[in-house]
Design a protein around this ligand. Structure first.
Ligand code: HEM
Length: 152
């Protein structure tokens, strides 16, 4: 192919991108956005998780679970929860942790402790003014984990 032919092909490609790009964007906004996007993406999920883990690990009622964890173990736990929430809400993350059953087996978490942790999560979502619909969806998703986490 001659240089001129290459130039024409390049111009055609550029032109088609310019035509395709706006219609693709329009199509995306017409589609229902994922919960991940509606929450505000990765940074918003990380902020809610930091608040949630901060509340859990500083609550005297949860002292038996977290006082013996090293700072690094807490950071690892925090990152796994971010990844888990990000993946569960349709975000681009991969959760590489254990199953909830494996991670919590033997901790003897009670229903009352579970309910308190749900209150901490709800308060964390409120702190960042997460909308009513999104808050309900996050709490519903996390509630599905209850049978794997609660033992007593
Ligand atoms: C009463 C509530 C909860 C308590 C007391 C609790 C406690 C713990 C503890 C102590 C660990 C560390 C276990 C270990 O490393 O050996 C852990 C791990 C973990 N928890 Fe929970 N948890 C609770 C609820 C939740 C909820 C609601 C979620 C999800 C939103 C969650 C997600 C995780 C994850 C992702 C890990 C790390 C899994 C891994 O190490 O591979 N936990 N939890």
């Amino acid at each position: 192919m001659s240089n001129r032919q290459y130039a024409v092909m390049f111009a055609l490609l550029l032109g088609s991108t310019a035509i395709v790009a706006p219609s693709y964007a329009a199509e995306q906004t017409m589609q229902e956005q994922s919960l991940y996007h509606r929450l505000g993406g990765y940074d918003a999920i990380a902020a809610v998780t930091d608040e949630f883990i901060g509340r859990l690990t500083s609550d005297p009622q949860f002292a038996r679970f977290f006082t013996s964890l090293s700072t690094d173990s807490k950071l690892r736990l925090r990152q796994l929860v971010v990844d888990q929430l990000c993946a569960a809400t349709g975000g681009p993350c991969i959760f590489s942790g254990r199953t909830m059953k494996q991670a919590h087996k033997g901790l003897g978490i009670t229903k009352a402790e579970w309910d308190r942790s749900a209150e901490h999560l709800a308060a964390s979502l409120d702190k960042f003014h997460v909308g009513t619909r999104e808050k309900k969806e996050v709490l519903a998703a996390v509630t599905t984990l209850e049978p794997e986490i609660v033992e007593k």
